[in-house]
Design a protein around this ligand. Structure first.
Ligand code: IVH
Length: 676
């Protein structure tokens, strides 16, 4: 068959299959028999295997393993299932240990770490009441999971009952569901890799189907334990073994960077001989009381990190270099490469980072390059094989305009005092490429979190001009959507419900959503607790004394010059103000809820100066916030307590506090107040 005919056949079959999928999974009403479905699916897979160039961005094998919404009941996790921070080399691991030591204010960095292989599977949570397995959830978005108990029960490695003299009344065991490499080769090759296969099998509608797949389970962690009896992660792992859970045999305790490096190299050398995929080693502080002190950032614990193995590499050829525009206007050059499989995933786009990197590596169209992929990060071009370069090849000239035609510029970075490496389009919403990316940010999990309105749907609605600005999301023409390919009555109703639900949004999420540069989730929370209501927040762009308000932000711990300049320039832009104002009219934005209204420090503004002996500044800040207090960054009359540490307190601050009659506490007064 000719290339063109093959492509046509492939695309036609793929479209059909996706349509059948939609009817089966989303609409719950299949329109063809299972046998016919399998036949088409196998034909596509054969085409993909025989002619890999047919595969565009995503192979069908990835798509049929893709998450399916609406099928399982959603249940909130009692304690969120977080993800892990990553490190890729010894230096990164040392940085991690230093951060832990700094947070705990400890000079001795010889922590015991529970080192555990990072199994590349699908995480699941199992809750036992009086020893009986009663709840089984997928990770979902980390906050809410899917009820997959019946499917999890089919896994032999998962005990349905824990037997021991003593078992905590409630215990939630977390771990990884996976498929062994050998078992995977025996399975019909419907999936790109064992991880996708495990995910797909776990999401089967009918648990009898799941049972046919040789899924396995390694336990490694806990959620709720009531009453809590463990003091060490390693102690918990030993107990899991005793209770009949599978625990990875290579888990052990290590101390200090040398032992970590040695262990890392050892595991890396046996990696390929293991019967399951791993992508690194997780290092967790073993002492659970230290884990508790360290706590979490928004998405990951401070007490653990995943030290990934060196990334997988492959060789390919650059067909073209294009630029992509991000939601902040950042211009990223991307190499379009001949599709190549890197670590089980087909890569056809690889990042070239920025103009300086292209210049430094002298990357050109037509070059043979090494492409690398590590974990979930975007594939990158690592190096160029100059020996393979054709004589007539030309130096790549970086475009001097954005895709919208607008000017692109390097900005001056206030914190590094240098020019940025990245060029940006400065047009904001006036650039249609930026505007579309901003919409994708707005609907993302951390922002409005609208189920069924992902990046692809935004692309589709954008192209059809159904959405132009954020407020359009809340004025969608559902009758029109109903008529679109891939949409039906049920999916449209689900979308409508999801959008209606999203109108009710907390102030911090709203602030994060509007996409002010340098205002991430943490800073949005700080601003939300300062402004308290959308009315107050809107003073940032209403006429009046905006500058004074911005000056007040300077007092907040965590907000600095960079953030203030960025907020100012965001609201100096009239288009931004118009868009934000219109969006607000569609929403019900909740006032800021103090986390702990009855806490010992509620309505109390605290500030710290000088170093402490027992804890770090970061821990002091977290403790204050947990008790309902607020940490300020400067001495004003709003301050209630200035806590003065022994080591180098700022005299000016202490004097000013005295003058304003602010209470002054020593480090030990402070601990007495907190009862620690
Ligand atoms: S600890 C809050 N331990 O890695 C701690 N995770 O990137 C988070 N994983 O979602 C989990 N093996 O699916 C932990 N020994 C291990 C793990 C492990 C695999 C996965 C898990 C998690 C992801 C985090």
């Amino acid at each position: 068959m000719k290339r063109k005919d093959l492509e046509n056949k492939y695309n036609k079959q793929k479209k059909l299959l996706l349509k059948y999928n939609h009817h089966y999974f989303n609409l719950d009403s299949p329109i063809i028999s299972d046998a016919k479905y399998d036949q088409i699916k196998n034909e596509i897979i054969k085409l993909e295997n025989d002619f890999p160039y047919l595969i565009g961005k995503k192979s069908i094998q990835d798509q049929i393993g893709a998450p399916i919404t609406k099928k399982f009941k959603k249940i909130k996790h009692s304690i969120p299932m977080l993800s892990l921070s990553n490190t890729f080399d010894s230096k990164g691991m040392e940085d991690f240990i230093n951060k832990v030591a700094n947070y705990l204010n400890k000079k001795n960095k010889n922590f015991n770490f529970s080192s555990e292989l990072k199994i590349d599977g699908i995480s699941a949570s199992l809750t036992y009441k009086d020893g009986i397995l009663i709840k089984g959830l997928s990770r979902g978005d980390g906050k809410t999971g899917e009820d997959i108990l019946e499917n999890l029960k089919t896994i032999k490695d998962i005990p349905k009952k824990i037997i021991d003299n003593y078992i905590p009344k409630t215990i939630e065991v977390r771990g990884e569901v996976y498929i062994g490499k050998k078992d995977f080769t025996k399975l019909q090759k419907n999936f790109a890799n064992p991880r996708n296969a495990a995910g797909g099998s776990l999401r089967q509608k009918d648990s009898r189907e799941t049972k046919k797949i040789p899924l396995r389970f390694f336990a490694y962690g806990f959620g709720v334990i009531n009453p809590m009896t463990f003091q060490k992660q390693s102690e918990f792992i030993s107990k899991l073994k005793k209770w009949g859970f599978n625990v990875n045999p290579h888990n052990n305790l290590v101390k200090g960077i040398e032992e970590i490096e040695k262990h890392h190299k050892k595991i890396e050398s046996i990696r390929s001989s293991l019967d399951y995929d791993i992508d690194g080693i997780v290092y967790k502080i073993d002492d659970l009381s230290l884990q508790k002190r360290l706590g979490n950032t928004s998405n990951s614990p401070r007490w653990a990190t995943a030290y990934k193995f060196s990334s997988e590499k492959a060789i390919s050829v650059i067909k073209n270099i294009v630029i992509q525009v991000g939601r902040t206007g950042a211009i990223t050059p991307v190499a379009k490469v001949e599709p190549v499989t890197v670590g089980g995933v087909v890569v056809s786009n690889a990042s070239l980072h920025n103009e300086d990197e292209i210049e430094r590596k002298d990357v050109r169209i037509g070059d043979t390059v090494v492409v690398q992929r590590a974990g979930d990060v975007i594939p990158q071009v690592v190096s160029v094989d100059i020996t393979k370069r054709k004589k007539n090849s030309k130096k790549y000239i970086f475009p001097n305009k954005c895709l919208c035609g607008g000017k692109i510029q390097k900005e001056f970075n206030l914190s590094t005092n240098k020019e940025d490496a990245v060029r940006r389009c400065l047009k904001g919403y006036d650039c249609s490429y930026i505007a579309k990316e901003k919409l994708k940010h707005i609907v993302s999990k951390e922002a409005f979190n609208i189920d069924g309105l992902g990046k692809k749907v935004i692309d589709q609605f954008w192209q059809l001009k159904l959405i132009n600005t954020p407020s359009d999301i809340f004025e969608l023409n559902f009758d029109k959507i109903k008529t679109l390919e891939g949409w039906g009555e049920l999916s449209v109703n689900n979308l409508r419900t999801a959008i209606d639900g999203a109108k009710n949004i907390s102030l911090d999420r709203f602030i994060f959503s509007i996409g002010i540069r340098h205002i991430g989730q943490e800073n949005a929370k700080i601003l939300s607790s300062f402004f308290k209501s959308i009315n107050n927040f809107s003073k940032l762009y209403e006429e009046g004394n905006k500058d004074e308000l911005l000056e007040n932000l300077r007092d907040l711990d965590g907000i600095g010059e960079t953030q203030i300049v960025s907020i100012k320039s965001f609201f100096d832009n009239k288009e931004n103000v118009k868009i934000v104002k219109k969006l607000i009219t569609k929403l019900k934005i909740q006032d800021h809820k103090e986390l702990n209204k009855k806490g010992k420090l509620s309505n109390t503004n605290v500030m710290f100066t000088g170093g402490f002996k027992k804890i770090s500044r970061s821990e002091a800040k977290t403790l204050t916030e947990e008790l309902g207090g607020k940490v300020l960054g400067s001495v004003t009359k709003k301050l209630d307590i200035l806590v003065v540490g022994d080591s180098k307190p700022t005299k000016k601050k202490v004097d000013k506090a005295k003058e304003l009659k602010v209470k002054i506490f020593s480090e030990s007064d402070w601990y007495k107040l907190l009862n620690i």
